[in-house]
Write a protein that binds this ligand. Structure first.
Ligand code: ADP
Length: 477
């Protein structure tokens, strides 16, 4: 990996005006993998000024012109896709197969979807009203603050939605996703957009993130991360009344109905939780099981998790890699300790590292049974491979438990009785509900109910979220 010393503003790679250096580590063995120069408030000022200047022209481009720009982004993305995938493996420990087969295609889909929308949806055409009209216009400079766990999807999805709408962009990636962010900025540079349309300022959240959120020339902040940080972003943005879109955490229920197919349930738990070492905001981290089938469920889940190949993310056979950072490793250990202390039954996994993997941020796939929904492990987002199994007696009780959380990002329902499934889907308070083994549609609107965020991103809704409304009143002709 590399030592990154530059950031990208106004179509050029430059040294930060205001810099400190962060050392990056490899999650697989804890060794140094490179470093990144972090920018500061002066770099934000410079990037926002460039984006503001570029906005004047970019806002008035046609949908066809923006599609041409995004077609070049797509070509460069395809050229560098393998580099992006390798960066994700190297810096967040995502298994290399998952990086290539999930992180890259889901991000690519955001670009092709934006191109489809630009080709088919005349969202900026004026709509006549009386003698005048209603117009939709780009909001201005979009500040994009992204997390480390799904870095390519987040950076690409937010950037292309903003650009498709005609906004210009200042991206602040998570500090620890610096390699991925730099490859992405190289892609954007090679796509040859007008200078200032895309800018990258790596930096600390409390410095660069805060400077962006409070900047008077930023029109919108699109943030993905934790609820506590979202509050800081929203407070900083409030003084200038800018729009703030947030996509936050979850404690998503997986509700197994009395006739559920447990193989489907276990496969979903793997895909949406274990495969990412639990570091996914939509992880089905609370599984609600009919009490009379609890032992049967554990009998299906536990052997599947014990057979998971946990190991070096660069090995194509690996099914679960390490956690992304030492801090995350300590957090997960703390939660495992909290589960045991609260009286939950540890069925498999537990504290420490798996045998044979002494270095790096590895944890064991862990299952707690006899979990009460009031326990800390059932209420708080762990961001680790820790499944909480909660037994229920009636389906209405299960729905109540499922909704008994401050979050509302995703929910999973597994059952054969279509009517019962529908009844439960209607009652769940979540932004996305996945039924049985349905394929997940990454172009659908994505966002949460309750404290999982506001607004929706991705697909057409994600683009429309970057528009302002202007009404033109004209005299009768
Ligand atoms: P996580 O706990 O998953 O790292 P965070 O919410 O802390 O989630 O981080 C998500 C993004 O928000 C990162 O890019 C991070 O640097 C940024 N960030 C952190 N603190 C702040 C802040 N005070 N203001 C703005 N952005 C922040």
């Amino acid at each position: 990996m590399r030592d990154h010393t530059r950031l990208y503003t106004d179509g050029r790679w430059t040294e930060p005006l205001d810099s400190s250096v962060l050392t990056l580590t490899d999650p697989a063995d804890g060794t140094r993998s490179g470093s990144v120069a972090l920018g500061g408030a002066a770099d934000v000022d410079r990037a926002v000024a460039a984006a503001r200047r570029a906005f004047t022209g970019f806002a008035r481009t046609t949908r066809e012109e923006r599609a041409e720009s995004l077609t070049r982004v797509l070509a460069e993305f395809d050229r560098r896709a393998a580099d992006l995938a390798d960066a994700v493996t190297a810096e967040m420990g995502a298994p290399v197969r998952l990086a290539h087969d999930a992180h890259i295609p889901t991000a690519r889909l955001q670009i092709t979807t934006a191109l489809d929308v630009l080709a088919t949806t005349p969202f900026t055409d004026p709509v006549p009203r009386g003698d005048g009209e209603v117009r939709r216009e780009p909001l201005g400079v979009a500040a994009l603050i992204t997390p480390w766990n799904f870095p390519v999807l987040q950076m690409v999805g937010k950037t292309v939605s903003a650009l498709a709408a005609g906004c210009t962009v200042v991206l602040k990636p998570a500090e620890t996703a610096a390699h991925t962010a730099m490859v992405f900025a190289e892609i954007m540079d090679a796509a040859d957009l007008p200078p200032g349309v895309f800018n990258l300022v790596p930096g600390r959240g409390d410095v660069v993130g805060q400077a962006l959120a409070s900047h008077p020339d930023v029109g919108l902040v699109s943030f993905t991360g934790s609820q506590a940080t979202a509050t800081r972003v929203s407070v900083a943005a409030a003084a200038t009344t800018k729009r703030v879109h947030t996509e936050l955490g979850g404690k998503s229920p997986q509700l197994l109905l009395p006739d559920a197919d447990f193989d489907v349930a276990v496969a979903t738990l793997h895909t949406f939780m274990m495969a990412m070492t639990g570091q996914i905001c939509s992880a089905p981290s609370r599984t609600l099981v009919p009490r009379e089938r609890l032992d049967e469920f554990l009998g299906t889940l536990v052997p599947a998790l014990e057979a998971l190949r946990v190991g070096d993310p660069r090995d194509p056979a690996t099914e679960m890699g390490p956690l992304a950072s030492a801090a995350q490793w300590r957090t997960v250990q703390r939660y495992i300790g909290s589960g045991t202390a609260a009286g939950a039954r540890l069925v498999t996994g537990g504290p420490g590292r798996p045998e044979g993997l002494p270095h790096g941020h590895y944890v064991r796939p862990t299952v707690f049974a006899d979990v009460d929904n009031t326990m800390q492990i059932a209420q708080e987002e762990i961001f680790g491979p820790v499944a909480c199994v909660i037994a229920y007696d009636t389906v209405s009780e299960a729905v109540e438990i499922a909704n008994d959380t401050p979050y509302g990002l995703a929910a999973y329902v597994v059952g054969r009785d279509a009517e019962q499934v529908e009844d439960v889907v209607a009652q769940l308070r979540a932004g996305a509900v996945l039924v049985n083994d349905a394929p997940f549609d990454w172009t659908a609107p994505w966002g949460g109910y309750k404290q999982s965020g506001n607004g929706r991103e991705f697909g057409v809704e994600g683009i429309l979220a970057h528009l302002e409304t202007k009404v033109v009143h004209r005299p009768a002709t």
